[in-house]
Ligand binder design. Sequence first.
Ligand SMILES: [Zn+2]
Length: 264
Amino acid sequence: MSHEVRMLGTGNAFLPHERHHSFLIFDKKHIIDAPPTALLSLRRAGISPSEIETIFVTHLHGDHVFGLPFLLLEKKYISDREGNHPLTIVGSSGVKDRLRQLCTLAFPGSLDDALDNVRFIETDTGVIDGWNWERFRVHHDDAVDPFGYRFEHLDGCSFVHSGDSGPCQNLEDAIQRSQLAVVEMGFPQWVPSDHHHKPDDIQALAERQTNVKLLITHTFIDSPTSSFEPVLTDSFPNHPENVHHLEDGDTWIFQNSEWMQTNN
Ligand SMILES: [Zn+2]
């Protein structure tokens, strides 16, 4: 059995050039977060919102959830008018109310029925589509209920999504038990905060977790494909071999017991 993780966006909140907000889809039907650029990312990849079965919410910052009203609106009026494609949203308790507020603010009244049809799962572990998932607390702004997720399929495939987080023990433990980890690097080295990974944190993590492939997303670095003056910088740190700085569209597949990058 093969699995796929496809990066639909790799930028942090500030959208470095040629990047959408950090966003991924796995096995072509489960997404992690719903950033403001989510619908744009799906369109660019030729994926219909009606194909999405599950949204795993890491936390409630705008660059991670403000795209949800557009996904629900699109499903309701275009790709799922008959309501044949049920949606499940997995998130901590409190996520449901906040998302309802968000949808009411965005399109008053229009999304009430769409939200009523969403199945919300608030437990911190579960099974979806053969994937055992667990949600674990991470180190970020506590006001937005920050979590990461770990997924392990019945066939042995595993990966972690850090959500937004600085280095912390829960994340370290989850990564240690996994084959692949999608980890954010939201801050340049000079920012005086530990709520995101910085290049030196990724360096240290890579040296501790030599057996895990670390895929870096939510980055502050412009894509090398940009010809504009960099928003902040376009130079990448020189990280160890198990670190892979992602670009929008990058796809990794799990085949023959191993994760590897494909050329889409
Ligand atoms: Zn955040």
